[in-house]
Design a protein around this ligand. Structure first.
Ligand SMILES: NC(=O)c1ccc[n+]([C@@H]2O[C@H](COP(=O)([O-])OP(=O)(O)OC[C@H]3O[C@@H](n4cnc5c(N)ncnc54)[C@H](OP(=O)(O)O)[C@@H]3O)[C@@H](O)[C@H]2O)c1
Length: 282
């Protein structure tokens, strides 16, 4: 598998987005562990998770515990980098709420350390700015956590260029995770800003989301046309297109089945021609 860098650390050019294995409609644990192992067997060294990937706050950390279990039962676990997030809650009605108070972020980080079975989290991302809390105060909590050795790198998610710059005054920012896909390109300015600043960009919902990924070729004809030319799936073309955007992009396709993540990972070796990329951009 090709590699890319997050704050100078080499990771697989495509990571695994683990969210679909913990939300409504999730598979049983056996299938989830097989999905994570399939990704690791095929060279994934980077997994994205969050404490809030669960059905309700009663099982907060569900996805982190699943990942810890899968990694501990896989040979070579020391080479895997796990990025998690804090700052969102799941009241249990299917909604996502923000809590960016520094004291909340610090207690959430402690809980993530326990769920992941770690003493220090490799990359800790502030999940979504909380409009009730000054952004700098929330980011200040990440700096405190880094000073205490509880996190190694800090990342942001769902942020604007202004927020990236504001946070960078407080702590080095290793990654930004914003929505970006063929259906949602509005965060291209943040992607380019990160490229200029040497910050990794992790496009979330790279296939258009749970339940919508299979429609990608129907919604975007160019993707199915290029897929036919290359003899691969439109989903694989979508990932190769994102990789070709810039060297700081690390896609994190979500999956809950071994077949889908294996297919997505083929994009790391898929070379699209300039003409194909131009048609996809259009
Ligand atoms: N920071 C944030 O606010 C935020 C928000 C949303 C997501 N995320 C992160 O981004 C990751 C990706 O987002 P996502 O999971 O919402 O959406 P996604 O990656 O766009 O789509 C996930 C769905 O795509 C299907 N899929 C994957 N590869 C496929 C392939 N090659 N062919 C056909 N179908 C394929 C999977 O199906 P199966 O389930 O059948 O395998 C899965 O359900 C998440 O897992 C999470 O880590 C972050």
């Amino acid at each position: 598998m090709r590699t890319r860098a997050i704050a100078g650390v080499k990771v697989s050019a495509i990571g695994l987005g683990a969210m679909p294995m913990s939300l409504e409609g999730r598979p049983d644990e056996d299938q989830s562990i097989r999905t994570i192992h399939a990704a690791l067997d095929d060279g994934v060294t980077f997994i994205d998770t969050a404490d809030a990937y669960c059905i309700s706050d009663r099982e907060i950390g569900h996805n982190e515990r699943l990942i810890a279990k899968a990694i501990s039962s896989w040979a070579g676990s020391e080479t895997i980098h796990v990025a998690t997030k804090g700052g969102q809650t799941r009241p249990g009605d299917g909604s996502w709420q923000q809590d960016g108070r520094p004291e909340y972020l610090k207690s959430a980080c402690e809980a993530s350390l326990e769920a992941l079975g770690l003493e220090s989290i490799w990359l800790y991302q502030y999940h979504r700015p909380d409009p009730k809390v000054p952004f700098a105060e929330s980011v200040g909590a990440l700096r405190d956590l880094q000073d205490e050795g509880k996190i190694q790198l800090a990342g942001l998610s769902n942020v604007s260029i202004r927020q990236i710059d504001e946070a960078s005054e407080i702590i080095g920012i290793a990654s930004v995770q914003n929505e970006f896909s063929a259906s949602f390109t509005a965060s291209e300015p943040e992607l380019r800003h990160c490229e200029k600043r040497g910050i990794a960009f992790l496009p979330w919902r790279p296939l258009g989301g749970i339940g919508r990924a299979s429609e990608l070729g129907d919604r975007h004809r160019a993707f199915s046309e290029v897929a036919d030319e290359c003899g691969v799936s439109p989903q694989q073309v979508a990932r190769a297109w994102e990789l070709a955007k810039a060297g700081n992009v690390v896609p994190i396709p979500g999956a809950s089945r071994p077949e889908t993540i294996r297919d997505s990972l083929g994009a790391a070796e898929l070379q699209l021609s300039d003409d194909q990329l131009r048609r996809l951009e259009n």
